[in-house]
Design a protein around this ligand. Sequence first.
Ligand SMILES: Cc1cc2nc3c(=O)[nH]c(=O)nc-3n(C[C@H](O)[C@H](O)[C@H](O)COP(=O)(O)O)c2cc1C
Length: 327
Amino acid sequence: MAPMSGVTDPAFRWMMAKYSKYGGRDIGDHGKENVAGITPGGPDVIYTEFISADGLFLGDKDELLKDMRYSEIERPVVVQFFSPDPERMKRAASLAVEMGFDGIDINMGCPDRSVCKQGAGSELIRSPGLAVKMIRSVKEGSGGVLPVSIKTRAGYDSDDELEDWIGTLLNEDLCALALHARTRKDMYKVPARWDLIKKAVKIRNTLGVGTLILGNGDIDSLSDLHDKVKGSGADGAMVGRALLGNPRFFSGSPEPSPEERLGVLIEHCELFHDLFRERKSFAMVKKHFRGYVSGWEGSKELRSALMEAEDPVEIKRTIEEYLKRAR
Ligand SMILES: Cc1cc2nc3c(=O)[nH]c(=O)nc-3n(C[C@H](O)[C@H](O)[C@H](O)COP(=O)(O)O)c2cc1C
């Protein structure tokens, strides 16, 4: 499960764990789950949203700690940090150990102007020396206790940079390297190029290092994931946008009925509200609505009505009225 800012928040991570790993069974409430005796399915690893290490130590730490909350059912759970400053990344890594995360990922791929302007995210592709320093600092901060991984893109301006860039990273004895198969310049404008993942695997094999290569970009279903992994020779893959409004993605269960989907949407909205009511606008959870509410007759009208709702009570009422009319 790929890190996505404003998406893979504690509420959605919990929904993913419940509906993908535990098949949507009744496992109790957030933080009070009972999953005894159930063997969890995928996703194999869940990532948080990226967390600003500068924000943690120069800004409002308490607020960011709320984004870093996780529940036991998400494990293994990896926290992703970004910053241009190796020292603050080191402190962030120590905090991750303290908080009991299972791994630390460094964001070296974000193309957003606000992040790049700070010298973080994909900007590090243009500063390989700093990137190496950053990895070493994070390892130091983690005291060798947690695995360290990187998520990045195939280059800044051109994929000609791939070999040098990931060669530099792979020499740092990383646990995993997740590669989004586009350059920074590509943003999302061109299709992901899985031939670049294949190339990355080849580079890793030539170097003879044990770093796992995770391919990323444009996976739209579980079977697509398996095909892309097989075709590229990657050790695994990360899925991002296809998860929005689709917490069952990894379960492999048959397509749920509209009624089931709407039930999960209500649960998601209620959990988001419980966890974030004072802090985040309810509008943020609405980015999942297209995923939950599409593909059947009348779904577009229902989605428009739901977009107007201001809290989970209104969401529930709108859905109940819709279902009454539809029956
Ligand atoms: C809304 C959104 C937020 C994202 N936030 C992050 C982030 O915090 N950290 C990160 O490494 N990548 C982030 N990404 C990139 C995704 O993890 C992923 O690399 C990208 O969307 C391509 O995968 P996909 O085609 O499966 O979505 C974000 C993407 C989206 C759409």
